[in-house]
Design a protein around this ligand. Structure first.
Ligand SMILES: *Cc1c(COP(=O)(O)O)cnc(C)c1O
Length: 449
């Protein structure tokens, strides 16, 4: 069976995520036969460097021997069991370790099975807590412009990326949306911290106006990943934590994309020394192996639900695969790797190499900015550098970069006009250079016409 054979079978029966299927009349589908480390291999023997960690989930490479072994071992004793009334070792051990690793005070873990569901859990829990303690008017949420929190209806409602949201607007609850502290929009000469701090005024005003009807503020700490990898300074988080406390509003940190070392620290919140009331984790949680998510929260929140059954305060939310044993086992193996391989400090060197490899692009006539937070690096391609006028989205210049990169054996998946790297942590300096070189060629090609 070749690529062509598998593609034909695929296109006859599958409907792919985030895809206009008609594109595949011209754009080949790529069937992957196997993965090893940062490399994916198709059925024709072509190899692709997975520069985006297969949608930001993979941390320690494909077919990682340690994670593979842990899952195989677990498989022989327990694959899955109902998590209501029953429990199991991987779920317990993982919760213990997450509590230990998360900002102090996050002492309870509620499992779900994907990122959007974790966001739903946090939103419902926040609202329900206020209701349980006699504040039922707190039913709204405050969110940032350009934010993304998933695509189920509740998660979509508190996001702000028009591409995913606009069509479904009539189905969605309406949050209060505050302009993003996104530092791409800073004034010339303004520092990231200065810009993010200045942008906080709008959040402060929204809280002053809406706190009485607001359950929580939800944010993606430091990097708005799906919103074109826009970044901001930790000072915004510090100010937000203090303001949420002052106004009696919860803070939900959606670290589904940025958690597990992407921003340089294990959790992005650490860079502002804050503890959110809810910490949502998924994606890298299992090292990119299996779907799992977890919402960590505080004793105070937990106590708001703890009561006699007949008082009807319990959080009655469930997903069938909640706390899946194989997924928890993969997560534990991934956390072991962080410890054993000293991943966070090794990543400092990799981040520096990513910066060095892309530094020349800063001077490219169609690159407005090369920005980086830890292991996330993004390149903003524009039509006009001085005015930062973007290319019209209809031209799909990012797709030119995608196509070129594939011919050179690199999987890049630009968000509109933004080319970015979120590589697995097992990437080598040579592979970083290849990734940067291919991105630069792709940008040349895409901006020539
Ligand atoms: C990916 C993502 C989600 C949604 O997670 P899924 O598992 O895709 O549902 C939520 N928030 C952020 C910040 C994400 O990047």
């Amino acid at each position: 069976m070749s690529n062509r054979d598998w593609s034909a079978r695929d296109l006859a029966v599958l409907w792919h995520p985030c895809t206009q299927m008609k594109d595949h009349a011209a754009l080949p589908m790529i069937p992957i036969r196997c993965g090893q480390g940062v490399w994916l291999e198709d059925f024709d023997g072509n190899r692709y460097l997975d520069a985006i960690s297969s949608w930001w989930v993979n941390l320690f490479g494909h077919a990682n021997p340690s994670i593979n072994a842990a899952i195989k071992h677990q498989l022989d004793s327990l694959e899955h069991v109902i998590l209501a009334g029953f429990t199991h070792e991987p779920a317990i051990t993982l919760a213990e370790r997450l509590v230990q690793l998360a900002p102090p005070g996050l002492s309870r873990c509620f499992y779900a099975d994907n990122g959007s569901s974790a966001v739903e859990v946090a939103l419902k829990m926040s609202y329900h807590y206020w209701r349980n303690i006699g504040q039922p008017a707190k039913t709204r949420f405050i969110t940032l412009g350009n934010s993304y929190h998933g695509e189920t209806l509740g998660a979509l409602a508190v996001g702000d990326v028009a591409l995913y949201k606009e069509t479904y607007a009539p189905l969605l609850m309406v949050p209060v949306t505050v302009p993003s502290p996104d530092c791409y929009l800073r004034e010339p000469g303004e520092s990231w911290a200065g810009h993010s701090q200045r942008k906080f005024a709008a959040m402060e005003a929204a809280l002053a106006l809406h706190a009485h009807e607001t359950a929580a503020v939800i944010i993606e700490p430091l990097v708005q990943c799906a919103g074109n990898m826009r970044m901001y300074d930790p000072v915004y988080l510090t100010l937000l934590r203090a303001a949420c406390d002052r106004h009696g509003v919860h803070l939900i940190a959606d670290e589904i994309a940025v958690g597990f070392g992407r921003t340089g620290t294990l959790f992005a919140c650490e860079q502002a020394s804050i503890r959110p009331d809810f910490l949502c984790l998924s994606k890298g949680l299992t090292g990119g192996y299996l779907p799992l998510s977890c919402v960590l929260t505080t004793d105070t929140l937990y106590a708001g639900f703890y009561d006699e059954y007949v008082n009807q305060r319990a959080f009655l939310h469930s997903h069938s695969y909640t706390g899946n044993a194989l997924a928890c086992t993969a997560a534990l193996a991934s956390l072991d790797l962080f410890e054993r391989e000293n991943t966070l400090s090794r990543n400092h060197a990799l981040s520096a190499q990513m910066a060095a490899a892309t530094a020349p692009l800063t001077d490219h006539p169609h690159v407005a900015e090369v920005r980086q937070t830890g292991m996330i690096l993004a390149i903003e391609m524009v039509r006009d550098k001085p005015s930062r006028e973007p290319y019209p989205w209809q031209e799909r210049r990012g797709l030119d970069v995608y196509r070129h990169a594939l011919t050179r054996g690199v999987l890049l998946r630009p968000l509109g006009n933004v080319i970015y790297f979120i590589p697995p942590y097992v990437i080598t300096p040579d592979e970083i250079r290849l990734m940067a070189e291919v991105a630069a060629e792709g940008i040349d090609l895409a901006t020539k016409h």
